[in-house]
Design a binder for this molecule. Structure first.
Ligand code: ADP
Length: 606
């Protein structure tokens, strides 16, 4: 039930709307009760099955007196205006009462809509914000599709299952209590029997509720799996087609879909038990009361007044409806709680990479970057061992080595995309962990192997995150990145949309856009995951050129895949299995005739 209060916290912000909703609901209930109860006695008077009351009764605070006042008023209307007119009057009155009842019902719904959607909107916003704040390591442990499922499906489920039931959850217990109180006044002894039977019923209903929550949890997990499959298939469409893996993918999707449906069927069947079960329980209690009370009436009329007995049974039967509605609402909430738990799992995940309380500002880069005997492990798998590295201001250091050697990890640690437990990675002598995260990231520009572009215009992709960028600045960056020319030729120039992940551009063009983006940011430190290997010679030259422009007057850490591009590096670091095995300038390393030489010779043949 923890998650239930968690949602209630969101509702609090919209309490004004919630209060209006309750107010109009109460009015609607009042009018529906009044409209029915008015018509029957009126018709009774009209058709003579009820005697007219012609004497004005004394008003007293009991039910009998209230009823008499009603009869008196109606009787005087019939006497004064005649029966036909009185009938017309009652028809008009009924229409008016129902109009008002429905108006109030609508107003209730009118005011509950902003509560429902507001809560869902707030949760969704928070989820998105949290997702982009979480450290990268979080996502290597989780399925992307599952996260998407939590952000969409589960939020939807919270809206449908919980927020639509909230009203009933508050309203119906009130009605039940109201009826119980009435019953208690009518016959306390009998009401005690109900109160004894109530907890037994509650226990049974609660049991099923718990198992419902569990099934719902499994169902949402399966939905996450389905979304993962959809997401991965969309990204990997080309490979699925090329490897003719359609049947294979189809089969595994169908299987997962089938599992999901089976679970959902199970869940709906449990949920739908709510209504028949609570009605049956209610009727069972009713039957017990009828048996006990009926026998009392039959045996000795004095021990139980038949009229009171019938009234008691009638009022009790009215109690079954709100009890049923409450059980249904409760079951829906149980189902939704599973989703709320899943949402909270993301919201409560710790942000491990954040500013330390005493983080220092670092607006500029002055002297050097230093890795001082750095060891690092992902979990318990050691990846870096004794890395010693100094990059002076304005220098270029290149990391080379087989894939998996740990090059990207070095870069990730510098940008604090992963956190090392020690404080031995320093910028100007300050551990990166102690620098304000925003300042640290502002010092760095990143051009990665996998160009990350968004489905937006060229302009927005270059100016990314910098709302103050002017057209002139963006164009200047594009020119330096050798991108201006091809952008000009696009149908909408800088305002052309480049499609999902820049799908409408060639590999080289994408690279140059991401270089332009880094140029515009103009950071003093550059991390370059060099990625010219996939390009043709012409594109490569343009990209290389752009990279040269980007590196000018900057300090750069380059992860190099092609040795030809690092010959001018101030230092080349050769890594193998997390260790530095050779280091020096190009010529020195060649002369060493070691691993670098081997790599170089291998690539020269290509
Ligand atoms: P390189 O950039 O040289 O190819 P990486 O730094 O990417 O090498 O990876 C070094 C090692 O760390 C590899 O063995 C890789 O499997 C492992 N690794 C990389 N990222 C993670 C991660 N998020 N979780 C666990 N292991 C990882």
């Amino acid at each position: 039930m923890d998650s239930f209060f968690w949602i209630a916290k969101y509702v609090r912000k919209y309490w004004r709307y919630a209060a209006l909703n309750i107010f109009f609901n109460l009015l609607a209930v009042l009018f529906s009760v009044v409209s029915i109860t008015l018509v029957i006695p009126f018709l009774g008077l009209l058709f003579g099955t009820q005697e007219m009351v012609t004497e004005q009764p004394q008003f007293q605070a009991n039910i009998e007196s209230v009823v008499n006042v009603f009869y008196y008023t109606f009787s005087s209307v019939i006497i004064e205006y005649g029966k036909t007119k009185a009938l017309m009057f009652i028809c008009g009155l009924v229409a008016l009462l129902f109009l008002l009842k429905n108006l109030f019902m609508y107003l209730g719904m009118y005011f509950v809509a902003p509560v429902r959607l507001g809560v869902v909107q707030d949760i969704r916003n928070q989820l998105f914000d949290k997702t982009i704040a979480l450290p990268l390591s979080y996502f290597s442990e989780e399925r992307k599709g599952d996260i998407i499922a939590r952000m969409t499906n589960d939020v939807q489920e919270v809206e449908w299952a919980i927020l639509t039931s909230l009203e009933a959850l508050f309203r119906e217990p009130l009605s039940v209590a109201f009826f119980l109180a009435t019953l208690f006044f009518m016959n306390a002894q009998f009401t005690l029997i109900i109160l004894v039977l109530l907890p037994i019923t509650g226990l049974l209903i609660g049991r099923i509720g718990k198992s419902l929550k569990k099934t719902s949890e499994e169902g949402q997990l399966k939905m996450g799996l389905l979304l993962s499959m959809i997401e991965e298939s969309l990204t990997g469409l080309r490979i699925i087609k090329a490897f003719t893996a359609r049947v294979f993918m189809n089969n595994s999707f169908n299987q997962a879909n089938q599992d999901y449906s089976t679970l959902m069927i199970k869940m709906y069947r449990k949920r739908d038990l709510a209504s028949p079960m609570s009605e049956l329980m209610g009727v069972l209690v009713l039957v017990i009361l009828m048996w006990l009370g009926g026998r009392m009436v039959l045996n000795d009329v004095n021990s139980m007044n038949p009229a009171v007995f019938i009234g008691f049974i009638a009022v009790f039967s009215q109690l079954i409806r709100p009890a049923k509605a409450f059980t249904s609402a409760y079951y829906n909430v149980q189902k939704g709680i599973a989703s709320a738990d899943r949402i909270r799992y993301i919201l409560d995940a710790p942000i491990t990479i954040k500013d330390m309380p005493d983080a220092v500002a670092k607006p500029s880069f002055e002297k050097e970057i230093k890795f001082d005997n750095v060891d690092f492990a992902y979990g318990d798998q050691p990846v870096l061992k004794q890395i010693n590295l100094v990059i002076g201001k304005g220098k270029m250091v290149a990391l080379v080595g087989a894939s998996g050697a740990g090059k990207s990890t070095v870069a990730d640690l510098l940008g604090r995309f992963y956190d090392s437990p020690d404080e031995n990675i320093l910028i100007d002598g300050i551990p990166v962990k102690r620098i304000k995260l925003n300042d640290l990231r502002k010092l760095m520009g990143i051009v990665s192997q996998e160009t990350i572009l968004f489905n937006d215009t060229v302009f927005n992709n270059i100016a990314f995150g910098n709302s103050a960028a002017t057209a002139q600045q963006v164009e200047e960056a594009a020119r330096l990145a050798n991108a201006h020319e091809f952008i000009e030729k696009m149908p909408g120039g800088y305002q052309t949309n480049i499609g999902d992940r820049g799908g409408k551009l060639s590999g080289g063009q994408r690279q140059r856009l991401s270089i332009a983006r880094a140029l515009l940011k103009n950071p003093p430190i550059l991390i370059l995951d060099e990625a010219t290997s996939a390009l043709d010679t012409e594109s490569e030259r343009l990209v290389q050129d752009a990279i040269q422009n980007l590196m000018k007057n900057r300090t750069s850490l380059v992860i190099a895949h092609r040795l030809s591009t690092v010959q001018f590096a101030d230092e080349i670091i050769v890594m193998q299995q997390g260790k530095i095995i050779e280091r020096g300038r190009h010529e020195e390393l060649l002369a060493l005739k070691g691993v670098y030489r081997k790599l170089y010779d291998l690539q020269s043949f290509v």
